[in-house]
Design a binder for this molecule. Structure first.
Ligand code: SF4
Ligand code: SF4
Length: 483
């Protein structure tokens, strides 16, 4: 790599390269960009914790009962859809974790038997089960404890194990964001392969050291080597690689979602072949199933279903019934996907009966994310304005005076209900089309006939129709005084 070539790459602009955008570009190149974003979210997290422990117990009147469940979730999916993995980038849980790394200087590797997404998947299922059983959304106090648990877990795990063990192997929110970022219109990527080919230091993965051999900038702790990185999976958008590369050959670039990520048979840096990763496959199934089940838990037919289940199994414990519902729902989806995969394998004469499943199960991801987005957008669009009276009420509680005026509790919805319904159904439809296009494009890439892909299209359609039915049911207005 010559200095002239590096300079040329620095100066050739491109509208898709976000580092060349005014204001945003210089900020992304600033070494403390991430810390500044994390500081903002840390401040908000501290406000939520304060109100959660000391504020009003009624959830719609408490920051902890509304900001995490209405605003944060809605903004997470919007950011993933419209920009990128902004909330991993700005994750406040990683600020204390950085302190832990300085204090304890961890050297231990994350245990091999815990590697992958298994633990995160179990935590995801447990979390959504607990969310329903303990009505986490209705308890500011429990919400505050969930946040504290998150801070402590990130601190302890990354204080004990080197690298980004918490983000890569444990964090359920991170795994959600990784899969959601398949739909994102941006990715952290290299500018020029030729520059990487002639690079000998590979700082983007090893970290950048100064002339005295001291590490001055971490490389990718998630194990993603830029020249072989594919798409967004496992990328927290931390920008360490951007700052570590001595040739400014890493940037954040706009892209067409999904296009580079279609084929699970491609070898990805830090991940390997997705077609050989049962943990990733189950994560996709789990998140897709949970997306539907989480919405099902908020519509009135769930009560009839649980009552039927209770009579059939002769079980009265709500926790056990919900466990059956969650595990049964994900199990049912897994069986349907395996059957679709089996048909694909048989029709293509594949050497293994798992071949079709291993290739096409990932096509469920856009639909699953579409369901999550539709659901979270529903709550966001029907409750976003509650932030106004909440802030007024919070200021009154803390300062004993209505400095921002009397709380305007009548404020809640951003849009009329009919429009909200149309927006969320369109969002789910976009996820459905993403899944259909994924399956068709992958089938074409693998030179399969239409019939071999058909079982997956049928599965997508069945899940889509179930999702539309769910969104058409009266949903609990959690996080507002109408709930
Ligand atoms: S991205 Fe990595 S491999 Fe490529 S030039 Fe930069 S440090 Fe070297
Ligand atoms: S260092 Fe790794 S996780 Fe961070 S932005 Fe770069 S590729 Fe993504």
């Amino acid at each position: 790599m010559t200095a002239q070539k590096a300079l040329r790459h620095r100066t050739i602009g491109s509208w898709s390269d976000l580092q060349h955008w005014p204001i945003l570009g210089p900020w992304l190149r600033w070494r403390h960009a991430r810390t500044s974003a994390q500081a903002v979210l840390l401040f908000l997290a501290l406000l939520v914790l304060y109100d959660g422990f000391f504020g009003p117990p009624l959830a719609p009147k408490n920051l902890a009962g509304v900001l995490p469940w209405v605003h944060w979730r809605g903004l997470v999916v919007l950011a993933l859809l419209l920009a990128g993995n902004l909330f991993c980038f700005a994750c406040p849980f990683l600020l204390p974790r950085r302190l832990a790394q300085r204090l304890f200087r961890p050297r231990r590797a994350w245990p091999r038997w815990l590697q992958g997404k298994w633990l995160a998947l179990v935590l995801l299922v447990v979390f959504f089960w607990a969310y329903e059983v303990f009505d986490l959304w209705a308890s500011p106090w429990l919400t505050a404890w969930v946040i504290i648990t998150y801070f402590v877990a990130a601190f302890l795990i990354d204080g004990f194990f080197r690298g980004a063990a918490f983000c890569k192997h444990v964090c359920p929110i991170g795994q959600f964001n990784f899969l959601g970022s398949l739909a994102s219109p941006s990715a952290v990527t290299i500018r020029d392969r030729g520059v990487c080919a002639s690079c000998v230091t590979k700082d983007c993965i090893r970290g950048h050291v100064d002339s005295e051999g001291k590490l001055v900038q971490r490389g990718c702790e998630l194990g993603l080597f830029q020249p072989r990185k594919v798409g967004n999976l496992d990328c927290t958008f931390c920008l360490d690689c951007v700052h570590a590369c001595p040739y400014q050959n890493v940037t954040v670039r706009l892209r067409l979602p999904l296009v580079s990520e279609l084929d699970p048979g491609v070898n990805r840096s830090g991940i390997g072949r997705l077609s050989n990763r049962p943990d990733w496959m189950l994560l996709v199934l789990g998140l897709t199933g949970l997306g539907l089940l989480n919405a099902f838990g908020m519509v009135s037919p769930v009560y009839q279903f649980l009552s039927w289940l209770s009579q059939t199994l002769r079980i009265t414990s709500e926790g056990v019934l919900l466990a059956f519902m969650f595990l049964g729902g994900i199990g049912l989806l897994a069986v349907a996907a395996m059957l679709a995969g089996l048909v694909t394998s048989v029709l293509t004469g594949a050497p293994s009966r798992w071949w079709g499943f291993q290739r096409f199960v990932y096509s469920l991801a856009p639909l699953g994310f579409g369901m999550w987005t539709a659901h979270y957008l529903f709550h966001f669009l029907t409750g976003a304005l509650t932030v106004v009276p909440l802030t007024q009420n919070f200021v009154f509680d803390v300062f004993g005076s209505a400095l921002l005026g009397q709380p305007a509790w009548q404020l809640a919805s951003l849009l009329p209900m009919n429009t909200v319904y149309e927006v969320v159904v369109l969002t789910l439809a976009a996820g459905f089309f993403g899944s259909v296009l994924w399956a068709l494009a992958l089938g074409r890439q693998l030179q399969l006939g239409f019939l071999a892909v058909l079982p997956w299209l049928v599965l997508h359609m069945a899940l889509f129709l179930f999702g539309v039915w769910l969104l058409g049911q009266p949903m609990e207005m959690r996080g507002t005084l109408l709930g």
